[in-house]
Design a protein around this ligand. Structure first.
Ligand SMILES: *Cc1c(COP(=O)(O)O)cnc(C)c1O
Length: 462
């Protein structure tokens, strides 16, 4: 017999505990959205059918994780659950010191408040927004040095998250190195659409960091997805397992910050891991000040159990194949229907180009916001605008269009099935076919910072 082959995505798990989702009618959703002042952040989650606001902390845990949580040790100091987490992180990263934190940004806070000072410059491929905020909060500058292709939405490149190596070398040769406390690299590059970084690039950044005597840290939130992209796209890695690839990636780094809400497969948690004994001691003192005793940081014992198990589950080949294929599957369906998205599809989200879809809505009438709202009305789908509502308000109170008008569909881990994704794609395509009926919005009230979370809006009349 010919070997059996199918393109159907089979979820590599059975579902033994289910969470009902509530259907609403389109008329009900119109009312609910109006009551939420046309801001999806203000909707109740129970009124959402498919929630793609973020992939952070929204995943489903496994029976193995739940079992480990029941068996947790809640001792204040030196709990068994801490040592399980430490053993898992050391096994995967090879890093010596493991400091648990309540989520990724807490690890960033501890690291940057310990090593960064006013006037410093911290290069990365792209700093994630919380990373940038912590760098800047300590008076330092966050410098993005992603390759040119990483800034071009339609350019296909296998590793659009790569750091621009000549630009990094030039920066290091022309900067007072006492002002560069660390070089960061985000894997995968969240701000660039979940785009991966190649092993060669990680190695090259590491070699430069060593040459100039600067510590090199990974922002490792999606380290498992990055390992998978290396396996399927980089020569020489096709026969390696994801955990072998992860170990090699981390072997080039002196430390990492991690949000366990991503590839820790947990609803909360994170850690800072590093090799330098002196720096680790300073970071531990800071942990006591802001998080808790260093053997629990900001986590309960059961959280540490969930993360210790989740880190391995994220590296499972069957899971990663399903994970990356289902994101690509959604992107391919939209592309085939003629919808313009950021190419190629990254690990955790699909980004729709709303400027391309809705040229009749001008940027300061918020086309991406309009599309996100239409997706909710049509299909009960919650997405997030990454456009002029999020970025348009300037410090002086004026407005400037954002560089792109995007709608992000972020995919929670192990939560939705292929039929959910089929339904979702049909709803997006339905809105696309009726795009000429979509109208712009105006803001009726807003905060001065991060206004997208709380702003009230109204649709514009014809
Ligand atoms: C989510 C994320 C963070 C911050 O982690 P939190 O757990 O949300 O605090 C940092 N960097 C990247 C790349 C992320 O995706």
């Amino acid at each position: 017999m010919e070997p059996f082959h199918t393109d159907v995505i089979i979820e590599p798990f059975r579902i033994r505990s289910v969470e009902p989702i509530r259907s609403t009618t389109q008329a009900e959703r119109e009312k609910l959205l109006q009551a939420a002042h046309y801001n999806p952040f203000l909707l109740k989650a129970d009124d959402v059918l498919i929630d793609l606001l973020t992939d952070s902390g929204t995943g489903a845990m496994s029976s193995g994780q739940w079992a480990a949580m029941i068996a947790s040790d809640e001792s204040y100091a030196g709990s068994k659950s801490y040592y399980k987490l430490e053993t898992a992180v050391r096994d995967i990263t090879g890093l010596t010191h493991v400091i648990p934190t309540h989520q990724g940004r807490a690890a960033e806070n501890i690291l940057f408040s310990t090593i960064a000072k006013p006037g410093d410059i911290i290069p990365s491929n792209s700093h994630f927004d919380t990373t940038r905020a912590h760098v800047e909060n300590n008076g330092a500058e966050a410098l993005d040095l992603v390759i040119r292709e990483g800034r071009e939405p339609q350019t296909i490149h296998p590793f659009k998250g790569n750091m621009d190596i000549p630009a990094l070398r030039n920066f290091l040769e022309t900067t007072d190195l006492s002002r560069v406390p660390v070089i960061m690299l985000t894997i995968t590059n969240n701000s660039g659409g979940g785009q991966p970084v190649s092993m060669k690039n990680i190695r090259d950044v590491s070699a430069l960091a060593r040459e100039f005597g600067i510590p090199f840290f990974l922002d490792a939130c999606r380290f498992a997805e990055n390992s998978w992209f290396i396996k399927i796209r980089e020569e020489g890695y096709e026969d390696k397992s994801p955990i072998e690839i992860a170990r090699e990636m981390f072997s080039y780094a002196d430390g990492c910050t991690m949000s366990a809400k991503k590839d820790g497969m947990s609803n909360i948690g994170g850690f800072l891991a590093l090799n330098d004994d002196t720096l680790a001691a300073r970071c531990r003192s800071m942990t006591i000040l802001t998080e808790g005793f260093p053997t629990y940081g900001g986590m309960a014992g059961y959280d540490m159990e969930a993360v210790a198990a989740g880190l391995y589950e994220a590296l499972d080949e069957g899971y990663l194949r399903y994970r990356i294929r289902s994101t690509t599957y959604l992107g391919d369906k939209l592309t085939r229907a003629g919808i313009s998205i950021i190419q190629p599809v990254g690990g955790h989200a699909v980004y729709i180009d709303a400027r391309d879809m809705l040229p009749h809505i001008e940027p300061l009438h918020y086309p991406a916001w309009s599309l996100a709202n239409a997706l909710y009305v049509a299909g009960g789908i919650r997405s997030v605008e990454i456009g002029s509502v999020m970025f348009g308000l300037q410090p002086d109170g004026s407005e400037k269009p954002a560089s792109m008008e995007l709608v992000r569909l972020a995919i929670p881990r192990r939560v939705y099935t292929q039929s959910h994704v089929d339904f979702l794609a049909e709803a997006v395509i339905h809105v696309f076919h009726h795009r000429h009926a979509l109208r712009g919005y105006k803001i009726t009230s807003q905060d001065r910072v991060l206004r997208h979370f709380t702003a009230h809006l109204e649709p514009l009349c014809e």
